[in-house]
Design a protein around this ligand. Structure first.
Ligand code: GRG
Length: 292
């Protein structure tokens, strides 16, 4: 996605490297597995959105925002480890390398996932910058996103989509819980670190929720249409699962993603901040897939 986002990714990866425990600092390979799961070739979309929102809102607490962005990425990586397990998606490849359980075994992978989740909260709680209130708000947002009516619910419903021909939950809700909610939280956290007003926080939350919805739709599309060399993941993992791509087809899915991006930008325009960089980043994120 060019120099602009590569710079943010590098900044996030460098800080993650500092925050993660050293490989040789424990008695087991859990620390090594935590580093392996976080420091591979991830796109860092969620933490980048967090940083960009904070920058657009004046960039007052860059150290707090960077640590909070890293916490979001740790939560994301923790969820990827679980998602890939044999009892869930049973995936072999992620980010162009073995999935964490393939590399370290299921036992170590589960411990690494829990370790990342735990570390994410410690990182925000112990950050030296920002008020205690801001840190508490960030922790609360992240905690709600993960919970059994957030990411965990999304995963439960997602697994059921393999079994149900007529799913009880509509696809927008699944996409929101699986993906939208963590995008929304990441962006909102950027605004909280900047001390934004409740109105701006909510608009930013809705903006990134739409982006997450479009991202999940495109992720399902990519599962069907892109090679393993491009995605770095097992192909056709969604076969037999109800997704928008399966029920409405490729063109309708692209249209739906476009509509969500328009809704996202509409929300962003209510935030009264210079959102040029955010719009450029989002545009590049999707251009390969939705521009004809
Ligand atoms: C307790 C943290 C926790 C989670 C439990 C397992 C689970 C519930 C949720 C998994 C949710 C999940 C994996 C959703 C898929 C989201 C998605 C689109 C992943 C791919 O994201 P990218 O493309 O991946 O940003 P990279 O590798 O670039 O980071």
């Amino acid at each position: 996605m060019g120099d602009f986002s590569a710079q943010r990714s590098q900044q996030i990866r460098k800080r993650l490297d500092e925050l993660l425990p050293e490989s040789n600092s424990g008695i087991s390979s859990v620390h090594e597995a935590m580093r392996y799961a976080c420091l591979g070739e991830g796109k860092m979309v969620r933490p980048t959105l967090c940083l960009l929102v904070h920058e657009a809102a004046g960039n007052p607490n860059p150290a707090l925002c960077l640590d909070a962005a890293c916490a979001v990425e740790m939560v994301h990586c923790s969820s990827l480890i679980l998602d890939d397990l044999p009892s869930m998606d049973d995936a072999n490849l992620r980010r162009g390398q073995n999935t964490t359980h393939r590399q370290f075994g299921v036992d170590t992978a589960i411990l690494a996932s829990v370790g990342l989740l735990n570390l994410a909260f410690k990182v925000v709680a112990s950050c030296k910058e920002g008020s205690a209130d801001a840190r508490l708000q960030i922790i609360t947002i992240l905690n709600s996103a993960i919970g059994s009516d957030g990411l965990i619910a999304g995963q439960e419903i997602d697994l059921a989509l393999f079994k149900e021909n007529e799913p009880a939950t509509d696809i927008d809700t699944v996409n929101w819980l699986k993906t939208g909610i963590l995008f929304a939280s990441a962006a909102e956290i950027g605004s909280v670190a900047a001390g934004a007003s409740p109105d701006v926080r909510q608009a930013v939350h809705r903006f990134a929720g739409h982006i997450g919805g479009a991202f999940q739709t495109i992720d399902d599309l990519i599962d069907k249409t892109e090679s393993v060399a491009i995605t770095g993941k097992d192909a056709n993992k969604d076969d037999g699962k109800t997704t928008l791509v399966r029920s409405a087809g490729i063109n309708q899915s692209k249209l739906a993603a476009r509509r969500q991006i328009e809704q996202a930008f509409d929300e962003l325009s209510k935030c009264n901040m210079d959102s040029t960089a955010i719009e450029a980043y989002v545009g590049k994120m999707f251009s390969r897939y939705i521009d004809d």
